[in-house]
Design a binder for this molecule. Structure first.
Ligand code: C2O
Ligand code: CU
Length: 473
């Protein structure tokens, strides 16, 4: 007993003394980020062709460009405007966006605005909301941005392949009334399945197993680069808006064991901030983080990908991978005020008249042994649309009794997850882990039409895990 008291006293004296003695650090607000801190992560900015400050009008061309993904080789990357990822489309809530889209690819494509609550005819789903944009053709998108948040865009034709080949780009909607979290950087995470010669692996590599697991590319990219460098200063916070633009890859994200503060995700800020030393990010989901660099001046480390157990065999033989190099510059550390816990007020949806539905995510095999996925056992080619009415609220229970996790995504409408433990926030993409269920609430505002909902492991959507939602006037 006596010994342990002595020991703990000694322990205290040893480790807390420096804390008392520590002089206060300069306020983080008085210093800026290191010079050129995010130069390596720069995104292309499209030229605004319209002088009206409330209209962003741009040209967007889908075109193949050779790029060095594997050192010493060239990969024929499918790009928007020749850049990987596509250009950063950024405007404020209420702005009108006009996109003159041109398809210079050898096959049909389209642009889907992931997460944006646009009118149905702007949603970019050929066969349902528009005709495909054929090679050489143009299509003009024209819509107003209703909500702040971190969004992205990608094709909705042959998506597993086209997204896998590089067609994705970030879209940020700012709300001038939101609190300012300081310097920010948009980070588009993606991966590419290429061989040593830099050639894309065949889209059906691995056959049914490839579809079942979802194909992950072996080259991990951040803003189109392998292990790009970010410069930071100890104690000076940065806001990272992260987009998972991979076709199948889950991220468990860590920087050593440093605390990361999540302030929001898909549909803008959450009601409250949340601090953890790792966050999961599923395909098509977004993560809005405050990172406060913890390391000594002059040191470096890596933001890392850790394997996520998303079902049968998905973590076997998998090791962590470095994805972004973080260099803490040799400058005096600073100290910032903590991120507030309360962020924005949240109105929960009124569920008093909500209609309940069950959605079962299903996996089966046909008589030739080929994998067929579906909703309630029906693949999307044969889907019978769910019929809902404008102005109503529904509660969907998403049941996943399969052996794999599925990132569930709904087009056109935000939802709130009702399960316990969820901080209120608007989402359009959410993980439904294997052998679990999740409940979400969605309100159908006045944008009738045929909308998709699907698993955003694009290989799964490809083999049928996609349903149709007919919102009727
Ligand atoms: Cu990212 Cu059907 O969408
Ligand atoms: Cu899936």
């Amino acid at each position: 007993m006596r010994l342990s008291i002595c020991w703990s006293l000694a322990f205290c004296a040893l480790f807390s003394a420096p804390l008392w003695a520590q002089p206060a650090l300069p306020d983080a607000a008085t210093v800026s980020q290191p010079e050129g801190w995010a130069d390596d992560l720069a995104l292309a900015i499209p030229e605004d062709l319209n002088p009206d400050p409330n209209i962003l009008e741009i040209n967007l061309e889908a075109v193949i460009r050779e790029m060095e993904i594997v050192p010493g080789t060239l990969t024929p990357v499918w790009t928007y405007n020749g850049s990987l990822p596509g250009p950063l489309i950024r405007a404020k809530v209420g702005d009108r966006v006009i996109v003159h889209f041109k398809n210079s690819l050898p096959e049909d494509t389209s642009v889907h605005w992931h997460g944006l609550r646009v009118p149905n005819d702007q949603d970019g789903v050929p066969g349902f909301t528009m005709d495909p944009v054929r090679p050489g053709e143009v299509f003009t998108y024209d819509f107003v941005l209703p909500d702040a948040g971190t969004f992205w865009y990608h094709p909705h034709v042959n998506s597993a392949a086209q997204v896998g080949w590089g067609l994705y780009g970030p879209l940020i909607v700012d709300d001038p009334n939101e609190p300012d979290f300081g310097d920010e950087q948009v980070l588009v995470f993606s991966d590419m399945g290429v061989d040593e010669q830099g050639q894309f692996r065949p889209m059906d590599s691995g056959g049914s197993a490839g579809f079942l697991f979802g194909r992950e590319g072996e080259v991990l990219l951040v803003n189109g680069k392998v292990k790009p460098t970010l410069l930071v200063r100890q104690g000076k916070p940065q806001r990272w808006r992260i987009i998972n633009a991979t076709r199948s890859r889950y991220y468990t994200l860590r920087y050593k064991r440093a605390p990361l503060v999540k302030i929001g995700g898909d549909g803008g800020l959450a009601a409250r901030s949340e601090t953890r030393d790792e966050f999961k990010l599923v395909p098509s989901e977004r993560l809005d983080l405050i990172f406060t660099p913890p390391d000594e001046p002059g040191s470096e480390g890596f933001l890392r990908w850790y394997p996520t157990n998303r079902g049968y065999g998905t973590t076997y033989y998998r090791v962590p991978e470095d994805i972004m190099r973080i260099v803490t510059v040799d400058a005096e550390p600073v100290q910032a005020a903590p991120v507030p816990e309360e962020l924005i007020p949240y109105e929960p949806l009124d569920l008093s008249n909500a209609i309940e539905r069950e959605i079962n995510l299903t996996i089966a095999f046909d008589k030739d042994g080929k994998v067929v996925m579906g909703i309630n056992g029906i693949p999307h080619e044969r889907a019978i649309p769910i019929e809902a009415k404008v102005g109503t609220t529904e509660i969907w229970t998403i049941n996943n009794d399969t052996d794999f996790s599925h990132p569930f995504h709904m087009h056109g409408f935000f939802f709130q997850v009702l399960d316990e433990g969820w901080i209120p926030q608007w989402k359009d993409s959410v993980d439904v882990p294997f052998k679990t269920s999740l409940r979400l609430a969605v309100h159908f505002d006045d944008r009738p039409g045929m909308w998709m909902y699907h698993c955003h492991i694009l290989d799964h959507a490809e083999v049928g895990m996609m349903g149709h939602l007919h919102v009727m006037p």
